[in-house]
Unconditional design. Structure first.
Length: 480
């Protein structure tokens, strides 16, 4: 059986897709390992939301290839945007090849094996997948003598629902030898939080966004499938379930919407914590936030707004304006005591004047978000915003970014002060190496604060929830 390592970049939806893949591959008898445990197959789920995300995806693909797996599987938004972004395509498909006849013969044999697998009824990736490509020693990925070429499998959007089947077919086709002798430690995808994809795709027409181009139109997972996935994650020991989607609030099945799905999960599963990932402001209404009377729903919302100027929001083709957003924000805070709310903001959208920027700064003060993910605008090929007039220069975007970041950080610190000195229920997830008989553990509170605490080294805190009082010394920045 193959040893498979999985890696996701970007959003929680990508993480949920990797979680689903992990379950499917383990069910087929394969072992999920860490990258440092010499995997036979490496799977990368890429991100293409910004130009920087594309760059990071290219870098990560090269980095993972240095582990010399026999097969590198690439999927996700960055790959799906390659028809529109030649630079990303060349990083994967135009890497220099050794040109050795033996290598070319190996590719031909791989193509024949794939045709044979297809004839036997296996569902094989077809768009651009007829023959496996490879990264050769000339690509500069390894200094070991005469390494074997890396078989590369691209899984595009249309094929992603069958990702496990594609990988299993490719594993069979490349005839993996006896697994490498590395001490077994069980699955390394065992998490305390389980990510569940309930929805994919987007029908909005936001002028800056490439995600809708990569993900396609909106579609929802059936409620029964979501329920099955949640139960599977709980059976693995997850204490928290995170629901994800491109347009999470657009989930529907017949007349049922997201509030009804949440009610179903509360009634039909023993999940101790249910958390929503990013959700658009127009999907957050009274029928949703009233459910937060249940203590099992985590009091944290990530609600992207993108700008604090109505004129910019109109140019972005967003479906909400600032007065309505602020009204909704106040209603959520009134309905859910202790709720934390974060957002996304884009700095330097084309045509953003000094007056419009001043409106965004005033909005940052008025909204008083607990956290803000701040991005400098980067034009994405194929989007309307890429050809809008009056683009801003990089220097101005950097200056506005720094100005906003300073204001955001001041507000964040003030709001954090209100959260500290009181008890929080923290789900402990990961630990550092022991020092002096103690081990430092990290974990998230229900309202998505990342805390740390030392425990005796013999205590295994992973997956446990404790109620602790924390101060500023126990708090860790997001992403630590």
């Amino acid at each position: 059986m193959a040893r498979i390592a999985l890696h996701a970049l970007g959003c929680r939806l990508n993480e949920a897709e990797i979680e689903r893949l992990s379950l499917d591959l383990q069910s087929a008898g394969h072992t999920i390992v860490r990258m440092e445990d010499a995997p036979d197959v490496v799977v990368l789920n890429t991100c293409g939301v910004t130009a920087d995300a594309m760059r990071k995806s290219r870098h990560m693909a090269r980095r993972l290839a240095r582990h010399r797996p026999q097969c590198l599987v690439i999927m996700g938004c960055a790959l799906d945007l390659t028809p529109l972004d030649a630079a990303f395509l060349s990083a994967f498909d135009q890497a220099p090849c050794a040109g050795d006849p033996a290598d070319q013969a190996q590719i031909s044999r791989g193509s024949a094996r794939m045709r044979a697998a297809d004839a036997s009824g296996e569902h094989i990736a077809t768009q651009g997948e007829a023959s496996p490509s490879h990264i050769s020693p000339a690509a500069g990925l390894s200094s070991s003598p005469s390494p074997q070429p890396i078989d590369i499998l691209h899984i595009r959007r249309e094929e992603k629902p069958f990702a496990a089947r594609h990988i299993l077919a490719r594993v069979a086709a490349i005839c993996l030898p006896t697994p490498r002798q590395v001490p077994e430690e069980g699955s390394h995808r065992a998490h305390t939080r389980g990510f569940i994809k309930i929805q994919d795709g987007c029908n909005n027409q936001c002028s800056y966004c490439a995600v809708r181009l990569a993900r396609g139109s909106e579609r929802s997972e059936p409620a029964a499938a979501v329920l099955e996935d949640v139960r599977a994650q709980l059976a693995r020991g997850c204490r928290e379930i995170v629901l994800t989607g491109v347009q999470l609030g657009a989930w529907r099945e017949g007349e049922c919407r997201l509030p009804e799905l949440l009610c179903l999960l509360l009634e039909e599963t023993p999940a101790e914590r249910l958390r929503l990932s990013s959700i658009e402001p127009w999907h957050v209404g009274p029928s949703l936030w009233r459910l937060w009377e249940s203590p099992r729903l985590c009091p944290h919302f990530h609600i992207p707004v993108q700008s604090g100027s109505d004129a910019v929001l109109k140019a972005m083709r967003r479906r909400i304006l600032i007065p309505a957003f602020l009204e909704r924000l106040s209603a959520i805070r009134l309905a859910i005591p202790g709720v934390r709310i974060s957002t996304d903001l884009i700095v330097g959208f084309p045509g953003e004047t000094d007056a419009m920027w001043a409106e965004t700064l005033d909005f940052i003060d008025a909204a008083a978000f607990d956290d803000v993910h701040l991005f400098r605008f980067s034009p994405r090929p194929g989007t309307e915003a890429a050809s809008l007039p009056n683009p801003l220069g990089d220097a101005l975007k950097r200056a506005r970014y720094a100005q906003a970041q300073a204001r955001i950080e001041t507000i964040r610190r003030l709001r954090l002060a209100d959260c500290l000195g009181s008890a929080h229920a923290v789900l402990w997830e990961s630990a550092e190496k022991p020092v002096g008989g103690k081990r430092l553990w990290k974990g998230y509170s229900a309202n998505y604060l990342l805390f740390r605490r030392e425990f005796e080294v013999e205590k295994t805190m992973r997956g446990t929830i404790t109620h602790e009082i924390f101060d500023h010394r126990d708090l860790l920045p997001r992403g630590s």
